[in-house]
Design a protein around this ligand. Structure first.
Ligand code: ZN
Length: 184
């Protein structure tokens, strides 16, 4: 987007206070669900539904790369013992650890369910579509975040990750479905 794009989105969302003044990287819960959701809808408004979706995916990947990854060592996901686990076990324990991270450090509620060769990441209280209504799932940032975390967890494999249910379209939670058999 470039810094001009970011500024334009913040201005359109009436969030001028954040222009060139991003919130500090700390564990305080002072960045609201309303703001997170508003940024998602403003991305779509600015770049169109397709463009906004693509950007939100990339924002999600960047969130992992520049943020969440820092927690990897804290969660024990980078230790030798973890690296020696089978791919399936890495995916299971990795997704559970990430869910705990959200559950403990944010107001987001995530529940991980495993069935056959799928992992379901259920966001039971979701900031991305907070108070939104839509015909299609809109929590693309979560899809990007999970794609990137699985890529990192698996040492460079690509998985089919898609949002199948979304609170914004009337479902009871937002479900990100992960196929545990990688493409590559
Ligand atoms: Zn959602």
């Amino acid at each position: 987007m470039g810094s001009h794009g970011v500024d334009a989105v913040l201005r359109l969302a009436s969030l001028e206070q954040y222009i060139k003044n991003y919130p500090p990287a700390n564990a305080e819960r002072d960045f609201s669900f309303e703001t997170i959701s508003l940024l998602q809808s403003t991305l779509e408004q600015t770049y169109g539904p397709r463009g906004g979706r693509g950007l939100a995916l990339r924002v999600g990947r960047a969130c992992f790369k520049y943020g969440l990854k820092e927690y990897g060592s804290m969660l024990g996901l980078t230790e030798m013992a973890f690296r020696l686990l089978s791919l399936r076990t890495k995916l299971s324990s990795g997704t559970k650890s990430f869910a705990n991270l959200f559950n403990h450090h944010t107001d987001q509620i995530v529940r991980v369910e495993e069935k056959d060769n799928k992992i379901f990441w259920h966001i039971e209280r979701c900031p991305l579509c907070w108070e939104r209504t839509a015909d299609e799932p809109v929590c693309h940032l979560a899809v990007g975040l999970i794609q990137e975390s699985l890529y990192w967890l698996s040492g460079g494999k690509v998985f089919d990750v898609r949002e199948t249910t979304c609170v914004a379209k009337g479902d009871s939670d937002c479900t990100i479905e992960i196929d545990t058999v990688p493409f590559s």
